[in-house]
Design a protein around this ligand. Structure first.
Ligand SMILES: [Zn+2]
Length: 436
């Protein structure tokens, strides 16, 4: 039985508390190397907000209250609730068959020619009832939350018509009532170019036709609907060109939607430089971004969101050059890319993979899945660190030091997930006597 504390909670006796203190900007360069550990730590949450952090003796003296629920963290680690900043959870259809084909040697083009790829999810999602799409969302949310996430970015993008994109965004908005996850909603009209568009007029590509449709019809309808907080735009050879992406991002800016960018996932496509030049809040994948492009762009405020499981499942022959981004003072974040072809729901497991995959340190990864991810979502005022005044969003791990999670990529370490001071998920292994 989950105990609802009404937003008041004390946590005491933690072996380690990783605060990831928010200094007013995302962490970059050597600053991403620190997670601000506090040993024998405690904290107090009142009315859902963090009001005190410090040594256990001090917190018990100043905030101890028999009427307030208390969680004993002896031998365990607490860190900010994880922030998943890249997911596509609303879709129908199955793509395990095409993955098996790819593993057996089929090329992407062959899979696409047989009707696979993102387009197959678009077709299935359009045909699905809203109840079916909502049911799948709920399953994904339960798994993602159990993986330690408290804030989740969710994209539309398997509709690709005005009506279907609005339906997906509406379903995402309605799903807020059914999950403790704090959702950040993104409109992804520019996911792929729909295959069923009428042929383009003379001198215009289908991509140009669809770009105009997004700018002239989808964006105004999305803004009128009032659900989406960001627009996501793909910059990828064969999908949307840098020029089309620039036009989409400029149109988004005009109507008040900041941009996120899918960049260089399959080929070098000038995605990183295009995103930074347009002031995008984030650019994601960056698997094939050339080293020279990273060096030329240099320091950037656009957060580089790296997706190790996507690279694993896509069978890429290269990995994003995480170290070069860090060395050029680019804030780096880590995310799962949960979508129709990647069913990775544990951000914690993805973090454990990201460190060796990208040769990042534990601290760089923890910062990347908390504070920097929060900044990429504009949610840093509420989450991403354990600082006074932020919402009490936390994850309790069954290990005495955060570094240990990297030795256990698939271990069920999440013992409790807390949103605004309420325990919203607890594992059966969490001793009942610990929460009283
Ligand atoms: Zn994606």
């Amino acid at each position: 039985m989950v105990r609802v504390s009404g937003g008041d909670l004390n946590v005491v006796n933690l072996a380690q508390l990783a605060r990831v203190h928010d200094r007013g900007e995302p962490r970059r360069g050597s600053q991403q190397q620190e997670m601000d550990l506090l040993a024998d730590a405690a904290l107090a949450i009142r009315a859902g907000v963090i009001v005190a952090v410090g040594p256990t003796a001090e917190i018990e003296r100043e905030w101890g209250d028999p009427k307030v629920a208390t969680l004993d963290g002896r031998g365990k680690t607490m860190m900010p609730g994880l922030v998943e900043c890249h997911s596509h959870p609303i879709f129908a259809g199955e793509r395990h068959g095409e993955y098996a084909e790819r593993l057996a040697g089929a090329s992407l083009a062959e899979v696409a020619a047989r009707g696979g790829g993102i387009w197959s999810s678009v077709v299935a999602s359009r045909a699905a009832t809203s109840e079916e799409l909502a049911g799948r969302l709920d399953v994904a949310y339960r798994r993602i939350s159990a993986g330690g996430v408290t804030t989740l970015e969710v994209k539309s993008g398997y509709g690709l018509t005005v009506t279907e994109e609005l339906r997906q965004l509406q379903l995402l908005a309605a799903s807020r009532a059914r999950t403790p996850l704090q959702l950040v909603i993104t409109f992804l009209g520019a996911h792929v170019v729909p295959r069923d568009l009428p042929s383009a007029s003379v001198g215009e590509s289908v991509g140009d036709t669809y770009t105009s449709l997004i700018i002239d019809e989808m964006l105004p309808a999305v803004v009128a609907q009032g659900v989406a907080q960001f627009q996501d735009v793909t910059v990828e050879d064969g999908l949307f060109t840098p020029a089309q992406a620039r036009a989409l991002m400029a149109a988004g800016r005009t109507v008040g939607l900041a941009s996120r960018v899918h960049a260089d996932a399959w080929r070098p496509s000038q995605g990183w430089s295009t995103a930074v030049a347009a002031g995008a809040v984030s650019a994601e994948h960056l698997t094939y971004t050339p080293d020279d492009e990273i060096r030329t762009v240099g320091r950037a405020d656009t957060v580089a969101v790296l997706l190790p499981v996507a690279e694993l499942v896509y069978l890429t022959d290269r990995r994003a050059n995480a170290r070069l981004f860090v060395d050029h003072d680019v804030p780096v974040a880590i995310a799962t890319d949960y979508c129709s072809s990647i069913h990775a729901t544990s951000l914690l497991a993805t973090m454990a993979m990201a460190a060796p995959w990208f040769r990042l340190t534990p601290a760089e990864v923890v910062v990347g899945a908390t504070l920097n991810a929060a900044y990429s979502l504009g949610a840093q005022g509420r989450c991403g660190s354990i600082d006074l005044g932020k919402q009490g969003d936390l994850v309790l791990l069954d290990c005495p030091h955060p570094n240990e999670l990297f030795l256990a990529p698939s271990a069920p370490l999440v013992e409790a997930v807390i949103v605004a001071g309420d325990v919203v998920h607890r594992s059966p292994s969490l001793d009942a006597a610990r929460l009283h």
